[in-house]
Design a protein around this ligand. Structure first.
Ligand code: PYC
Length: 313
């Protein structure tokens, strides 16, 4: 493995590490094909970049790729400590400020290829990004799941670029001091969903999103999002906010163009709205802020027993 050149950013508190050079050659297929190649042959790159001792629990990774369509600004494959992500809203905002930092784009509209499809964004300033996500939709409403230790939990299953189970049932207030309790609760829901094989369109639901009242003025709701592998999203989660918009749209609770402000568990926010698409789907638009934190080269020594990351990290 070559040294990995990375740029670290955070989006409303949630970190993204983008591999800008030294990553594997995945061929010239579309991003879904390259992701399959990445999983099959190069998972050590994901582990090396994200797991301890070089990374940490919350870190989301991204591999910058040449796009198939040269009119796109880039292609990208997102991943985290547990495996691959189809899309990542906060990561896309981090990618936008990273491309600007590298001088590859200026303010204005740009398109990015992802495994979930093409996403566009507008760089509004050096730290503010508005993204138009892939189509989102609600797959199932008011699903009841028996969660050991918690009883029946009710929620919706929706796609926002990843699969989410969204619930308003919570054992405690959505406050940062309750993060360990919320994580254990979300994991219990995830285990119950897995045990029942509940998912959407043949894929497992692997993100749990819990809702409660907002903590501050001007927001509509606060959310706690647990990502695959058990880390919680410090941002309001772009694909999770998209899934929420799809549920609100399906319930007739939010009109097209109407603003929805979603808070994260640490109080950071995305502002969002949607337009209608075909087949009852919606196209979500999300605005948030991201900042560059570091430029680094990750080195890997074959004699290092943790060269490819620690299994527990
Ligand atoms: O912002 O979509 C998102 C996301 C997914 C996982 C972590 N963040």
């Amino acid at each position: 493995m070559k040294p990995l050149q990375v740029i670290d950013s955070h989006t409303e508190g949630e970190p993204t590490r983008i591999i800008i050079a030294g990553g594997p050659d995945l061929g010239d297929g579309d991003m879904a094909t390259r992701r399959a190649n990445f999983v099959r042959h190069h998972d050590a790159v994901r582990r090396c970049a994200l797991l301890e001792p070089r990374g940490w629990d919350a870190l989301v990774g991204a591999l910058l790729c040449e796009p198939v369509d040269p009119a796109c600004a880039a292609g990208v494959i997102f991943f985290n400590k547990a495996g691959m992500l189809s899309m990542c809203g906060h990561g896309l905002m981090g990618l936008a400020v990273t491309l600007a930092h590298l001088g590859r784009i200026g303010p204005g509209h740009h398109r990015i290829e992802t495994p979930a499809g093409e996403v566009s964004f507008e760089l509004l300033s050096r730290d503010t990004v508005k993204i138009e996500n892939v189509a989102a939709f609600r797959h199932a409403a008011n699903v009841s799941v028996d969660v050991p230790g918690h009883g029946m939990v009710h929620g919706d299953i929706a796609w926002g670029g990843n699969w989410f189970f969204l619930t308003k049932d919570s054992p405690c207030a959505l406050e940062a001091r309750h993060i360990p309790q919320l994580t254990a609760y979300a994991q219990a829901i995830q285990d119950a969903l897995d045990a029942r094989g509940l998912g959407g369109a043949g894929a497992p639901v692997d993100h749990i999103e819990i809702f409660g009242p907002p903590g501050g003025q001007g927001a509509n709701a606060r959310s706690f999002v647990m990502c695959p592998g058990g880390a919680y999203d410090r941002s309001p989660c772009g694909t999770g906010t998209s899934a929420k918009l799809a549920c609100l749209a399906a319930d007739g609770a939010l009109a097209p163009g109407q603003t929805w402000v979603q808070e994260s568990i640490i109080g950071s926010r995305f502002s969002a709205h949607y337009r209608r698409a075909d087949a009852g789907h919606i196209i979500p638009t999300l605005t948030g802020r991201a900042w560059i934190m570091a430029e680094a080269t990750l080195l890997r020594d074959d004699n290092d027993p943790f060269a490819d990351g620690m299994a527990a990290g």
